[in-house]
Design a protein around this ligand. Structure first.
Ligand code: AHR
Length: 307
């Protein structure tokens, strides 16, 4: 706000509530559900009026939502971009309307960083690298080929692109690692299961599954068990997120390693929203702090896990 004189929205210093328009990706995963909850709860406790819109996985819906936020003259727009490309037109419209935009969770590939004030979220390339580094250690000193199947996230999404490339970058140092099949499982359990079924039918030898999120890994576990194999033993499994269901499977030894990706972005986002609405400069990049989990660490962390 601030330069929307007479609209009735809060400007800096006014005592009206700040209005935040937020466009969410959808409800594809446990991570996303926890992320939505974090945003809704922290908006409420920060006294921010949240206009929440669910894009159901479609970029066109996000573009529509952003345009409607502009028409409503919200004070700040935040969104988690479904895919990386194709945002310049609508973000220019927001900029021309003087409404600051904050990217949440996922980045865009537009080189014009003036289209948004800040990007808060994880380093997905780093997450892919951590997955790869665990694998390299796990097979240290062994020379037989290691056949890997990969379940990718939504095509074109930053976490799918980056988790794939970070992982590939690390494992390419040793030719024994071979990604024998790699396909999208859309970040969902259903697709993770279905695609794993086809992998199991088409691949004579699978040593490792790398899934870009817990949900796809959990779906794949069902497929592996249905095929009479033991997840975590016959096929080693690495996933990303560390939501409760993933951590439970990890503690049971059905998953071997999880790279954490925190969905709890709400409190920091509300902080940025307040600052940017006050006309303060905010950092262009706010990085989420994250760790990794082994089965033992999952057992220890589970009792206090909130999501
Ligand atoms: O953008 C974050 C990713 O989106 C999560 O890792 C995945 O579970 C979600 O769907």
């Amino acid at each position: 706000g601030g330069d929307d004189a007479g609209s009735g929205n809060s400007g800096g210093g006014g005592d009206d509530k700040i209005t935040l328009g937020f466009s969410q990706v959808g409800a594809e995963s446990g991570w996303r559900t926890a992320n939505t909850k974090s945003i809704q709860e922290s908006a409420a406790s920060a006294g921010i009026d949240l206009k929440f819109s669910d894009a159901q996985g479609k970029q066109e819906n996000q573009i529509k939502a952003i345009r409607s936020f502009i028409t409503q003259r919200v004070d700040v727009i935040a969104f988690s971009p479904v895919v990386e490309s194709g945002w310049s037109t609508v973000l220019k419209e927001a900029k021309d309307a003087g409404i600051p935009v904050i990217l949440t969770d996922r980045a865009i590939d537009d080189p014009d960083t003036s289209l948004y004030k800040s990007f808060i979220g994880s380093d997905f390339v780093e997450e892919g690298k951590k997955a790869g580094e665990w694998l390299v250690k796990e097979y240290e000193g062994k020379s037989e080929p290691v056949n890997i199947v990969e379940l990718q996230g939504t095509p074109g999404a930053a976490p799918a692109n980056d988790r794939k490339s970070g992982f590939a970058d690390v494992i390419k140092a040793d030719t024994k690692f071979k990604v024998v099949a790699s396909q999208t499982g859309q970040f969902t359990r259903t697709d993770g299961k279905a695609v794993m079924e086809t992998f199991l039918k088409s691949q004579p030898k699978i040593d490792v599954l790398y899934a870009h999120n817990d949900d796809m890994g959990l779906g794949a576990i069902e497929a592996i068990e249905a095929a009479g194999k033991k997840p975590g033993t016959d096929i080693k499994i690495i996933t990303v997120d560390a939501v409760k269901d993933g951590m439970t499977a990890l503690s049971e030894g059905k998953i071997n390693f999880i790279v954490e990706c925190s969905p709890l972005l709400g409190p920091q986002l509300m902080d940025l929203v307040k600052k940017v609405n006050n006309g303060e400069t905010i950092p262009q990049r706010v990085l989420t702090e994250e760790t990794t989990f082994t089965p033992e660490q999952a057992k220890a962390a589970l009792p206090d896990r909130k999501y």
